[in-house]
Design a protein. Structure first.
Length: 434
């Protein structure tokens, strides 16, 4: 668990109720994996809409935006239109300054949850303080700004806006251990945990936790709002401890325990226990590996081998040099692959994203090695070496030595040579094991 320091942001519409002085309209509490804020508007915010992922990736080259408000003080908001409208009417009213006449103004109360999916036209009213949770994107198209001289984005806004009235989702809270789930969405869930004595959480996924009112203690530290923390998935760490203890107690039982570890996602522990038998080569994340290997024209066994060597299929692996996730990308290389894919960088600790990026990067390296005049086994060995040592290092070595095998034998660094041997060995194992 790590603390997230608050970042006050001044806005022209900002109030003074967030505890950071006048004019502070937003306090950013967390920026990743979700963007979490407190908002305090003194005036109406602009009437705006956010694009869905598909449109945003196609038009803007980055993901769209989905968000939710947990209301901290009552007042009015805009939630869609009050009646069906056409694009032509909305554009004309936005230009004439009469859009407010067809907007659906709704009163919201403290403790209410408002889900704002992409495409929903919305605005926050004066004095309505909210705790805002959103996917980490800044894509906003402004439709109407109450006469303020700021840029409007009518064309794009009208391409994504929902033009029919949209009721506020009213879903009953779902009880969970220690609290309740207020809102499930495809992109995030919103929970509320009342503090009644001790609160113990072991989240199955990363959890951003904010103290919104009252006081609390964490160890010896006294907490006051809006103290915010990022909790990593605790279930896996707990399960690993249990797995190691069980192995220590029952070493002779490992052939029966390893499949159990794999079903629990404890691949590193299972591989260690099963080494060097064929059980030490699981096909973890099989559906994603096979799908993205097929998309990039790769042998899935090669991708399995690379992930096996890089992280032992541990999605939270972090190397001493800062390489992250299943495929052990440095952040600079991760950003390069995101540009190849035409998108904003995804989360390197997300297993599916790591597999997708690894497949794309490996295909790119194979193409670069082919452009260097290599084919067959040499092309494969070149790409694997470059995955570890970098394509620049590999290309310079080839140019210096004149052939791949000369470079492989006489290169100045041992790690890429040893890495190539490990990946090829694992690749042979995966190809031999049904």
């Amino acid at each position: 668990m790590r603390p997230c320091p608050p970042k006050p942001v001044a806005r022209i519409w900002g109030g003074s109720a967030l505890g950071f002085g006048p004019g502070i309209g937003e306090v950013w509490l967390c920026e990743h994996p979700l963007l979490v804020k407190l908002l305090d508007p003194r005036d109406w915010l602009s009437v705006q809409v956010h694009p869905p992922h598909a449109y945003a990736l196609r038009v803007e080259g980055r993901p769209g935006k989905y968000e939710a408000w947990y209301v901290l003080s009552p007042g009015e908001i805009v939630h869609g239109f009050s009646r069906p409208v056409t694009r032509e009417e909305v554009e004309a009213r936005a230009r004439a300054g009469t859009l407010d006449e067809v907007l659906n103004r709704v009163r919201v109360e403290r403790g209410q949850v408002v889900y704002l999916p992409a495409g929903l036209v919305h605005a926050l009213g004066p004095g309505v303080r909210v705790y805002e949770v959103q996917t980490p994107s800044d894509l906003t198209y402004r439709l109407y700004d109450y006469g303020r001289p700021r840029e409007l984005h009518l064309e794009k806004a009208l391409e994504v806006a929902l033009l029919e009235p949209t009721p506020i989702l009213q879903a009953p809270p779902e009880p969970v251990e220690g609290g309740e789930r207020l809102l499930p969405t495809p992109f995030f869930d919103l929970f509320r945990y009342p503090l009644r004595g001790r609160l113990f959480l072991r989240p199955e996924a990363r959890l951003v936790l904010t103290l919104l009112e009252g006081k609390a203690r964490l160890g010896e530290a006294a907490l006051t709002p809006p103290a915010t923390f990022l909790l990593e998935a605790g279930e896996e760490d707990f399960a690993r401890g249990e797995a190691r203890y069980l192995l220590w107690q029952r070493l002779e039982a490992w052939p029966h325990l390893v499949p159990l570890f794999y079903r629990l996602g404890l691949y590193r522990e299972g591989i260690r226990a099963a080494w060097p038998t064929t059980l030490a080569y699981p096909r973890a994340y099989r559906a994603w590996v096979e799908a993205y290997a097929l998309k990039e024209g790769l042998d899935p066994n090669l991708l399995f081998a690379l992930l096996h060597v890089e992280s032992r299929f541990d999605p939270h692996a972090v190397s001493p040099t800062g390489a992250l996730g299943l495929a052990q990308f440095l952040r600079g290389t991760w950003a390069d692959v995101a540009r190849m894919l035409g998108e904003a960088p995804a989360d390197p600790l997300d297993p599916e994203s790591a597999i997708r990026y690894a497949a794309r990067y490996l295909r790119w390296l194979l193409e670069r090695c082919e452009a260097l005049g290599l084919g067959g086994v040499e092309q494969l060995a070149c790409a694997i070496t470059a995955y570890n040592g970098g394509i620049g290092y590999t290309a310079r070595g080839l140019a210096r030595e004149g052939s791949f095998f000369a470079f492989f034998r006489f290169q100045e660094r041992d790690e890429p040579r040893e890495y190539l041997g490990k990946v090829l060995s694992a690749y042979a194992a995966y190809r031999a094991i049904p």
